[in-house]
Structure formats: structure tokens, C-alpha cells
Design a protein around this ligand. Structure first.
Ligand code: HPA
Length: 278
């Protein structure tokens, strides 16, 4: 058994000592989007700090807990708060929660985040469905001994964001008349925001939005055979794209402004997952 898998098993066994709940869908809430929990019928709460060896976020507004419960009839595990690479955790630690959710039973992972808009057609407050990603500016979470219990040494990332889930998101956005952009997400290490030259580089490479999470999580999830989808909420235009001052950046205010539509979109996608299940 790999060392990392052994650690995961300990986390898993702790969670199983608390609950037998079997989630099918994992949902990670990005900055400012943490209010979603009110849409769930909660069966069990597991604070990250209670799980042996689990990384606990130090970021304000990232109160760390798993909420297990139902959205409609769908059993869901919601991560309220995530851990970031910039907090000083290793990539292996950053993706431990994803792998733990896999052991607990998830088949689908729904990632959300706040991101800076690089594409000049975007506006603050837009949603962007993630179609692909660039993760090479941070280390791969798969470096080191392969966790062979979860996946292959050289996993294919051609369809890292599941095509059928993307179609479902688009269909629901159309039905609910929620405008949604599409694009490529690039992960920057943070914690600093980027310089204008870095954003120009990302634009040249084909990125539409930039953030400090998500790509490594999607990678680890795909490695473990989880089907992944993601939506960014554009909390600001990236450095040099607009004259906005980062000192005034209020991620929460932007997320609050779009929270009704965000919650509707996420809920409808989760309720209709069966329509795209193989
Ligand atoms: N850059 C990186 N991460 C972010 C940004 C940004 O402009 N906005 C929200 N998360």
C-alpha cells in the first residue's frame, strides 16, 4: 500500500466512524460561494480539524468542514472551504480531500471558484464554465509515488472536464436563462495576484481566467477516475486588463450579487446528473 493511500485510509476510517453516508457528488465551494449549504438537507457535519492528518485551511472565509447531505434525492458531500497551495501545504496535502471524497464514494466532482477574468469579453460577475485548464505553473499533485489504488501513473487528461457534464451545464444555463461564458482556467500559485505581464503571458497561452485553486484538484480527481466539471465566478478582471484596483476587490460582494443564479445552476445540474450518467 502506498504511503499516501495509508494516510487516506486513516482519514476514511475516521469519517466512517462518524457516518455511513455515501455521497455520489462532491461539491467544492469557492471564495464567497459558501452560502450554498442552505440548499442542502444536511445529515452530518465533519470539521476538517477532526480528521486525523487532514490539512486545515488558514484562509479567512474558508471555514473548513465537510457537509454531507441531500440536494433533492442526490447524496452530496460539500466542501465548505478548501486548502490552497499558497498556504504552504504540499500539493499532495492540497488534493487529499479530493481523494478522500473518492474513497467516500463520489463519482462526480463539481468545482467552483472565484477567478480573475483574462478574456477581454468577460465582465466582473460573469460565470465561466471551465472547458480545459493549464496547470503547469504549479507542481502536479501526482508527482511522487503513484497512488496506484486510485489511478494510473500516466493518466490521460484529454477530457479533464467531462464533455457530457459540460453539455448539461450549458443546457441548464440556457433553460434557466443564465448567461454563461466558456473558457480555459489557468492556475497561478498565488498568494500574490499576477503582474500585468504575467496576465499577458497567460492570455497568449490561451487562458481565459486565472485562479489559485481548482486545476490541481481537477487533475487529482481525474487521476482517480472522477468525472469533473467546474464553474468560475469572475470576481474581478485580471491585472492590467482593467483599471480596477485590487485593494478594492470584494470577492464576497460579487459572489453575493450572482448567488441566486449560481445556486440555481449548481442545484439543477446536480438534480439532472442522472440524465448524463452512463
Ligand atoms: N488572480 C488570481 N486568482 C484570483 C483572481 C486573480 O485575479 N481573482 C480571484 N482569484
Amino acid at each position: 500500500m502506498s504511503r499516501q493511500y495509508e494516510k487516506l485510509r486513516k482519514c476514511y476510517e475516521y469519517c466512517r466512524s462518524v457516518t455511513e453516508f455515501q455521497p455520489r457528488v462532491g461539491l467544492i465551494l469557492g471564495s464567497g460561494l459558501g452560502n450554498y449549504a442552505k440548499n442542502m438537507k444536511i445529515e452530518c457535519v465533519i470539521p476538517y480539524g477532526d480528521i486525523p492528518g487532514f490539512p486545515v485551511s488558514t484562509v479567512k472565509g474558508h471555514a473548513g468542514q465537510f457537509l454531507l447531505g441531500y440536494i433533492g434525492d442526490v447524496p452530496v458531500i460539500l466542501m465548505k472551504g478548501r486548502v490552497h497551495y499558497y498556504e504552504g501545504y504540499s500539493m499532495e496535502e492540497v488534493v487529499l480531500p479530493i481523494r478522500l471524497m473518492k474513497l467516500l464514494g463520489i463519482e462526480v466532482l463539481f468545482l467552483t471558484n472565484a477567478a480573475g477574468g483574462i478574456n477581454r469579453k468577460f465582465c466582473t460577475g460573469d460565470f465561466m464554465m471551465i472547458t480545459d485548464q493549464i496547470s503547469n505553473f504549479v507542481p502536479s499533485p501526482l508527482i511522487g509515488e503513484n497512488v496506484s489504488e486510485l489511478g494510473d501513473r500516466f493518466p490521460d487528461m484529454t477530457h479533464i472536464y467531462d464533455i457530457r457534464l459540460q453539455k448539461l451545464i450549458q443546457k441548464i444555463a440556457e433553460e434557466e436563462q443564465i448567461p454563461i461564458q466558456k473558457g480555459v482556467y489557468v492556475q497561478s500559485s498565488g498568494p500574490n495576484f499576477e503582474s500585468p505581464a504575467e496576465i499577458r503571458m497567460f492570455a497568449t497561452l490561451g487562458a481565459d481566467a486565472v485562479g489559485m485553486s481548482t486545476a490541481c484538484e481537477a487533475l487529482a480527481a481525474r487521476h482517480a477516475g472522477i468525472r469533473v466539471c467546474g464553474i468560475s465566478c469572475i470576481s474581478n478582471m485580471a491585472s492590467g486588463i482593467s483599471e480596477e484596483d485590487f485593494c478594492d476587490l470584494d470577492v464576497q460582494a460579487v459572489a453575493d450579487r450572482r448567488s441566486r443564479e449560481f445556486e440555481l445552476l449548481v442545484t439543477q445540474v446536480i438534480l439532472k446528473l442522472d440524465s448524463v450518467h452512463q
